[in-house]
Design a protein around this ligand. Structure first.
Ligand code: FE2
Ligand code: FE2
Length: 160
C-alpha cells in the first residue's frame, strides 16, 4: 500500500505534467501561427508525451492502491518570442521538471517505498533524454541562424 504523502506528491506531479502539456500545446499553437508548421508539430507531440506522463503517474498510483486526482491547472503563457527563445524555454522547463522528479524520488525514498522509487527512476532517465533533446535543438538553431530555420522546421516536423 502506497503512503499518503507519496500519493500527494504523485498528484502534484500529475498536475505539473498536465501543466507542461498545456505549455507545449500553447507553444505549438504559437509556432503554427508564426508559420513554423514543423516546430508546431514537434511541440504538439511533446504536449502529448507530457499528457501520457500524467497518465503513467496516475496508473502507478492506482496500481499501488492510491487515488490519483486531477487538480486545477494554472494558466500558461501564450507568447514565446523567436524560435530560438521558444526552444530555450523548452530546455529550461525540462530542467525544472527534472528537479521536480528528483524531489519526487526523495519523497519515495523517505517513505521507504522501493517499488515507487524503481518506477520513478524511469522518469529520471526520461528527463536526461528530455534535456539532451531540447539542448540539441537549441544548439541546432544557434548554428543554423535565421537562414537555416526553415530547414530545421522541416526536420522537426518529421518527429515520430
Ligand atoms: Fe513529463
Ligand atoms: Fe518533458
Amino acid at each position: 500500500m502506497i503512503k499518503e504523502e507519496l500519493v500527494k506528491a504523485l498528484n502534484e506531479q500529475i498536475t505539473a505534467e498536465l501543466w507542461s502539456s498545456n505549455l507545449y500545446l500553447a507553444m505549438s499553437f504559437y509556432m503554427a501561427n508564426k508559420g513554423f508548421g514543423g516546430m508546431a508539430a514537434w511541440l504538439k507531440k511533446q504536449a502529448a508525451e507530457e499528457w501520457e506522463h500524467a497518465n503513467m503517474l496516475a496508473n502507478w498510483t492506482i496500481k499501488r492502491g492510491g487515488k490519483p486526482e486531477v487538480d486545477k491547472i494554472d494558466v500558461v503563457p501564450n507568447d514565446f518570442g523567436t524560435p530560438l527563445e521558444v526552444f530555450k524555454q523548452v530546455y529550461e522547463h525540462e530542467c525544472r521538471v527534472s528537479r521536480l522528479i528528483d524531489n519526487l524520488v526523495d519523497v519515495a525514498s523517505a517513505a521507504k517505498d522501493k517499488a515507487s522509487q524503481d518506477f520513478l527512476w524511469g522518469f529520471v532517465r526520461e528527463q536526461v533524454e528530455e534535456e539532451e533533446t531540447a539542448q540539441g535543438i537549441v544548439d541546432m538553431i544557434e548554428k543554423a541562424g535565421e537562414a537555416g530555420l526553415y530547414h530545421i522546421d522541416e526536420k522537426l516536423g518529421q518527429r515520430k
